[in-house]
Design a protein around this ligand. Structure first.
Ligand code: AMP
Ligand code: GLY
Length: 427
């Protein structure tokens, strides 16, 4: 099987790595990919957000499957264009990707499907904004309705900051979603969907804030781990029963069946499980940990989803090991991202026993690997416990030098410390 991956992040590198390890996959191609992906796949240039270009490339390559990684091409209809030329594509149609493309749309689907989520108010002007902030009170949750790469959300106790973020969204011509604050730990659960059937992966936890102790701004994600030793034992079953399956059924009822990854971002609140957000793709950096743990070859799973055959799939097999991913970010991230700094030691990190390095914002400049984006590398550590996996990841990260870079030092720390504690059921 020949597979073409669309995207250029560490998530796509993780997907490429899993496909490269799948004996049924003979060729891995990527557009545009990155230097790390280029070590295991053939890279191509085309506009990844242009459906016609990606479909033409897939046709030329005689690809058996196209896997779309990021949200932007999905929302732009790249999966639709690929399917139109008769090639199976893993990833939702533009219509179904609206679950991520518009928070207001997602809330509407959740209401219809009776999926538990934070109560929202959609605001189109300053008056609505002020009223909604007053109604819910602090902490304020202010979101850009549209795509904002995980950075459109401000959670704050400061009314002036909440108002300013809302006003900035309005000034940019957008709509705002204000919602009830959800307390409790967050979980990401990726559900592989074929329009009708849900196959859940294992849950992971992401660290969205820039700095240790959840300080700083929201980012695309600074690290992740799986398994979650503290999570309720019936978490996955509960999410499938009360979130993923009802959402899939509602999307099918609307004539826009969802095929691809339904990323359920959840908060386990004092009042029960609530959806924080849906995404229409694999999460980054959770995917780097989750796919490393998946032992079932990935290609067959994604092809079964793309062809509507998930009900035929054998149960997925998972490693007993723990996997911790730590993101190395460039100087200035997330406010800005300095580019062109030399990266050294990435190969040494990759050679650390149990570790592997995935590229995101990297480029080659005259034979030298350099930074080219905000999140530069993901370092994944594997171990028999989270504590061991953390050790491996941080040891590997320690061999990498990138001037001005930063990373969190507390990824999976609390979970590793509480690893021995028993878990309870959610229901
Ligand atoms: P989103 O883009 O909707 O995923 O939001 C990004 C991050 O903001 C989430 O992962 C949460 O950490 C935080 N967040 C979003 N919505 C809420 C909420 N209703 N209550 C508390 N935190 C939230
Ligand atoms: N890890 C957050 C995201 O992928 O949106």
């Amino acid at each position: 099987m020949k597979v073409l991956i669309v995207g250029s992040g560490a998530r796509e590198h993780a997907i490429a790595r899993s496909l490269h390890l799948d004996p049924a996959v003979t060729e891995v191609h990527a557009v545009p990919g990155n230097p790390g992906i280029g070590q295991i796949a053939q890279l191509h240039t085309a506009d990844q957000n242009d459906g016609a270009s990606v479909a033409a490339l897939a046709t030329n390559l005689r690809a058996d499957l196209v896997v779309v990684g990021p949200e932007a091409p999905l929302v732009a209809g790249v999966a639709d264009a690929v399917r139109e030329v008769g090639i199976p594509c893993f990833g939702p149609t533009a219509a179904a990707a609206m679950l991520e493309g518009s928070k207001a749309f997602a809330k509407d689907v959740m209401a219809a499907a009776k999926v538990p989520t934070a109560e929202p108010r959609v605001c189109a002007n300053r008056g609505d904004l002020d009223a909604a902030l007053a109604e819910f009170g602090a902490p304020y949750v202010v979101k850009d309705d549209g795509l904002a790469a995980g950075k459109g959300v401000v959670v704050t106790d400061d009314l002036a900051e909440a108002t300013a973020h809302g006003q900035a969204i309005l000034d940019a011509g957008g709509a705002i979603v204000i919602e009830e604050y959800l307390d409790g730990p967050e979980v990401s659960l990726f559900c592989i969907c074929d329009g009708a059937t849900v196959v859940p992966l294992q849950p992971a936890q992401d660290f969205k804030r820039a700095y240790d102790g959840d300080e700083g701004l929201n980012t695309g994600g600074m690290g992740a781990y799986t398994p979650l030793p503290w999570a309720p034992i019936d978490l996955v079953d509960q999410v499938v029963a009360h979130v993923a399956q009802p959402t899939l059924d509602e999307m099918a009822r609307r004539g826009t069946p969802f095929q691809g990854v339904l990323y359920c971002g959840l908060a386990l609140t004092s009042k029960g499980m609530r959806v924080v957000e849906f995404n229409a793709r694999f999460g980054d950096p959770e995917t780097q940990s989750v796919l490393a743990r998946l032992e079932t070859p990935l290609g067959g799973v994604l092809l079964a989803a793309a062809e509507g055959r998930l009900h035929e799939l054998d149960p997925l097999e998972w490693s007993e090991d723990a996997f911790v991913t730590v993101v190395l970010a460039s100087h200035g991230y997330p406010e800005s991202a300095r580019k062109g700094d030399p990266i050294t030691g990435a190969d040494d990190a990759d050679a650390v026993d149990g570790a592997h390095v995935l590229h995101a914002g990297t480029a080659m400049d005259d034979g030298q690997l350099v930074s080219a984006g905000g999140r530069v590398l993901s370092v994944v550590g594997r171990g028999s416990t989270l504590a061991h996996a953390r050790d491996v990841a941080y040891r590997a990260l320690g061999t990498i030098d990138l001037p001005g870079s930063h990373h969190r030092s507390d990824i999976a720390l609390k979970a590793a410390e509480g690893e021995a504690n028993a878990r309870e059921a959610l229901a």
